[in-house]
Write a protein that binds this ligand. Structure first.
Ligand code: GBH
Length: 508
């Protein structure tokens, strides 16, 4: 080869390599055909209309109405919230305007079954959801329906709620009514949203509804019955409805990623993973089923040290292990943030938090959002998705929630930056590393009732004016960014401009 030829060869090889790399990268940042993009809400957080028609009181109605100063910021309630019970047509119009493929909503159990039990079905309650589903269908938006997002009927709670094993039957009965009445219009069902959250905080720390402080015992009874109730709903769907309705059904978990404070401390990372993801994933998605052995051992040894005659974590019979194992067509991943971990004991003893014997903290370099717990760590999202794929044989996953709180503003460039950086990590995990994510839902369509934070934290793509009796809705800049993503079906750049409160480092 002549010198010139050699040079040309080298140059052209570089050009080819260069362009092929950038095309590969560009391809990585596209959403594959058939990928579902949507946004999510939950009944208690948006509907309002807490006592219309024959709807009965649920645990969040009770929790917010009980006069306990300090429980909820500003003593806010979900009595009116975004008034989506009356404004659902406007909500669907917003979904269509932004261009989303799917909408994840949840159903209010006490609106459908005012007695809690299946002996009485509310026609008005059913009609409301039928109207919402019809409106979605008319606008070409696919519904993803969550049966339970934290708001069970108060009467069920009076019987012990998630600590009473009877709830397995009650929840199954409720699920059957929903599948029969609404299932013909629904292809995607989620059973239960974030059990670790309402178990640990509703029955452990008592900071969320139903506000029971029975830590160390309550959260484990709750999780035990949640796993059984989830599996019951799954099997009812699978046997009685799937043959005609042909849909898919799974559980939704709140999953975070942990990095070790000391780079050599793999043990704390593994402990965090098993207590955070493994608690519910191992019984459902692992080959062997049941709680992770690490979790069983840690809780048993802490219980014995504390003088309990047996582990505070209940045991499943072999029949239940088999009944629960494999009871999900997909894993619903709610992901917001990551944490650092190190060995140590949390203050609330006994509790699921103390049993782990690790302490969580943010890295000081991580920017913080408008929620005290939400640090912006995009890389943790990719790392989490790869880890879940590796541990559970690459299950079908839907990211059922991901989003960020920011100041009350409509030029929410910081939120766009968050979505951009998190989506990039997800797309690389999928398109480069083969992780099986089939859909993504941004939290949330609307600013809404943010549980104990009331209306003080805003996660919406759409601003809601809570001082306006009409609850006026205004698209934020992030909603317009999503419009472009939905048009091009690829990751769009972040517009230039100053970013505010969220996503600038706040010292901790
Ligand atoms: C989701 O949970 C919920 O499913 C959704 O309803 C909610 O609106 C959304 O998050 C945004 O918060 O301050 O110590 O009490 C996310 C998982 C993990 C959020 C723990 C709140 C509270 C920690 N969550 N967290 S603390």
């Amino acid at each position: 080869m002549s010198l010139l030829g050699g040079l040309l060869f080298v140059v052209s090889a570089l050009v080819v390599r260069g362009s092929s790399i950038s095309t590969i990268e560009e391809n990585y940042l596209k959403f594959p055909a058939g990928f579902l993009i949507g946004t999510a809400t939950a009944a208690y957080q948006i509907e309002g209309a807490w006592n219309v028609s024959d709807k009965s009181e649920n645990v969040w109605d009770r929790f917010t109405h009980e006069p306990r100063p300090g429980r909820i910021v500003n003593n806010d309630t979900g009595d009116v919230a975004c008034d989506s019970y009356h404004k659902y047509k406007k909500d669907v119009e917003l979904l269509r305007e932004i261009g989303f493929d799917v909408y994840r909503l949840s159903l209010s159990w006490s609106r459908i079954l005012p007695n809690g039990f299946a002996n009485k079905i509310s026609q008005d309650g059913l009609d409301y959801y039928k109207k919402v589903l019809a409106e979605l269908e008319a606008n070409g938006i696919e519904p993803l329906v969550t049966l339970y997002h934290w708001d069970h009927p108060q009467i069920i709670e009076d019987l012990g709620g998630w600590t009473n094993e009877e709830i397995v039957d009650y929840f199954g009965d409720y699920a059957r009514v929903v599948f029969r009445e609404l299932g013909p219009r629904v292809k995607y069902f989620c059973t239960i949203n974030e059990p670790e959250e309402f178990c640990a905080r509703g029955y452990g720390l008592g900071t969320k509804a139903p506000g029971k402080e029975i830590h160390g015992i309550g959260e484990y009874l709750c999780s035990h019955n949640v796993l059984k109730a989830h599996a019951r709903a799954y099997h009812i769907y699978d046997k009685e409805f799937r043959p005609t309705q042909n849909g898919t059904i799974g559980i939704v978990l709140s999953l975070s990623y942990a990095y070790p404070k000391d780079p050599d401390d793999a043990t704390s990372v593994e402990t965090h993973f098993q207590f955070n993801a493994g608690w519910f994933c191992h019984p459902i998605f692992s080959a062997s089923g049941d709680y992770p052995s690490l979790m069983k051992e840690k809780i048993a040894s802490a219980s014995l040290e504390q003088g309990y005659p047996r582990s505070r974590l209940p045991e499943f019979s072999q029949e239940w292990i088999e009944y629960i194992r494999g009871s999900s067509d997909f894993l619903g991943v709610n992901h917001y943030t990551s944490t650092l971990v190190e060995p140590g004991v949390e203050s609330v003893v006994p509790s699921v938090f103390a049993d782990r014997k690790i302490i969580l903290s943010p890295d000081p370099s991580w920017p913080r959002a408008n929620s005290s717990w939400l640090y912006v760590v995009p890389k943790g999202f990719g790392d989490l998705l790869r880890l879940l794929a590796k541990e559970y044989n690459n299950p079908v996953m839907y990211v059922t929630e991901n989003g960020v709180s920011a100041a009350e503003e409509t030029n929410d460039l910081n939120r766009i930056q968050y979505f951009h950086d998190y989506l990039k990590e997800m797309l690389l995990a999928m398109n480069r590393d083969g992780v099986n994510v089939k859909g993504y839902l941004a939290w949330s369509l609307l600013d809404n009732f943010e549980w104990t934070q009331g209306y003080s934290e805003r996660f919406g793509l759409v601003h809601v004016d809570f001082n306006d009796p009409e609850r006026k809705r205004t698209l934020k800049m992030s909603a317009n960014w999503w419009k472009n993503v939905l048009k091009t079906r690829k990751l769009e750049p972040v517009p230039a401009g100053p970013q505010s409160s969220c996503c600038t480092a706040i010292p901790v």
